[in-house]
Design a protein around this ligand. Structure first.
Ligand code: RP5
Length: 158
């Protein structure tokens, strides 16, 4: 039998493992953020990963305004070959936690300042770091998108 996806019945994890092997050009890191207004401050994450040769994709999706889109993205992330998700958000900053609720991939949250932030982004910092037991989100400093990328690369051993 030739190599490739087996036609035999198999478990979901076996299928996932085979597809992970096939998707050679798939991004390994997903960079998501709650608003287009977050793009500029999140850009250093994409830049850092690019310089390290780590494939990534960038998506805008709001946990509050587009909850179904966020859930679908997180649920399908592992099957699509993603290994780490970086999620930036400001204000109540639910995005990293909601992503972590729908995937067992490591999620790195980036608390962001925004024009409505209180205490310079402390609102987002607390929202992202105060996750309930069993649903972890790693949290870098306020507006520290580059550090999130460095941490993602270290998780990947890249
Ligand atoms: C958060 O609200 C976003 O991540 C952004 O930081 C903040 C403001 O969003 P916009 O009103 O600029 O779309 O959800």
């Amino acid at each position: 039998m030739s190599e490739g996806v087996s036609s035999e019945p198999q478990t979901l994890s076996e299928t996932e493992a085979e597809f992970e092997g096939l998707e050679v050009d798939a991004p390994l890191v997903g960079i998501v953020m709650g608003s287009k207004s977050d793009l500029e401050v999140m850009q250093p994450a994409e830049k850092e990963l690019g310089e390290r040769g780590v494939r990534c994709e960038v998506r805008v999706m709001s946990a509050h305004r587009e909850p179904d889109k966020v859930a679908d993205y997180a649920k399908n992330a592992k099957l699509r070959g993603l290994r780490v998700i970086i999620a930036g958000a400001g204000l109540s900053a639910a995005l990293p936690g909601v992503v972590a609720a729908h995937t067992d991939l490591p999620v790195i949250g980036v608390p962001l300042t925004s024009r409505h932030s209180v205490a310079g982004g402390l609102d987002a910092l607390l929202s992202i770091s105060q996750m309930p037991p069993g649903v972890p989100v790693a949290c870098v400093g306020v507006d520290s998108a580059r550090n999130a990328a460095v941490l993602a690369a270290r998780i990947l051993g890249a």
